[in-house]
Design a protein around this ligand. Structure first.
Ligand code: CO
Length: 215
């Protein structure tokens, strides 16, 4: 695809939207009320809106290499705060994907320069689940499992965030979900994680309830 193609496609897209509803963009300009915050990988094959069949205005999206939730990431923190406090999203989804290059890099340690610090979070996921992962003899299955465990750990990182905990205690939302996109079949898989249970096990370490009480 060339850059010229993109503008041509955009013209066709605008025409198509206006064809179904002449006021489409006037309505779109009035504001957004998405119910879902999606945090996924930047990988060009994991086209968030497209694979979910989502329309403009429906999903608030944040993407980075290997769908990580890093506590010192100002960008991520701003996205989560805005989504939770202002948009009041009902769900936060962490969506990983099989064949993720970032996850693969964490399984094959080497000096990757600027990426070292970012990928360290993935290496930490490996360390936390080393017993389970090292017991998987098939390389591809181990790779797939690390993709899933990374989603679980990033979901846990979401519930450590103060904005999320405050909203959780006040309204019971947002609910946290862990998904994996299988690039080999196109299927979106819900890992069925029970985040209330996951948080229950680490509550004594990460619970910020005192902060909530001050409000
Ligand atoms: Co990826």
């Amino acid at each position: 695809m060339t850059l010229k193609d993109i503008f041509k496609h955009n013209e066709q897209w605008v025409a198509q939207k206006l064809n179904t509803d002449p006021q489409y963009f006037e309505k779109l300009a009035k504001g957004q009320h998405p119910q879902i915050l999606y945090i996924g990988c930047s990988d060009s094959r994991v086209t968030a809106e497209d694979l979910m069949g989502a329309q403009p205005g429906e999903i608030f999206i944040h993407r980075n290499v290997a769908n990580l939730v890093v506590s010192t990431d100002n960008n991520l923190n701003a996205v989560v705060q805005y989504a939770v406090e202002h948009l009041k999203v009902k769900h936060i989804v962490i969506c990983g994907h099989y064949e993720c290059g970032g996850v693969k890099a964490a399984l094959n340690p080497s000096d990757m320069g600027q990426l070292n610090s970012w990928l360290q979070t993935l290496r930490d996921v490996y360390r936390l689940h080393r017993t389970e992962l090292d017991a998987i003899s098939n390389d591809h299955k181990r790779f797939d499992r690390l993709v899933e465990l990374n989603v679980l750990e990033q979901c846990i990182n979401v519930i450590k965030i103060d904005h999320v905990q405050r909203a959780w205690y006040q309204t019971g939302f947002p609910k946290i979900h862990g998904w994996v996109f299988d690039v080999r079949t196109g299927k979106l898989i819900d890992l069925g994680l029970n985040m209330e249970k996951e948080f229950g096990e680490i509550r004594t370490i990460y619970d910020l309830k005192p902060l909530n009480k001050e409000k």
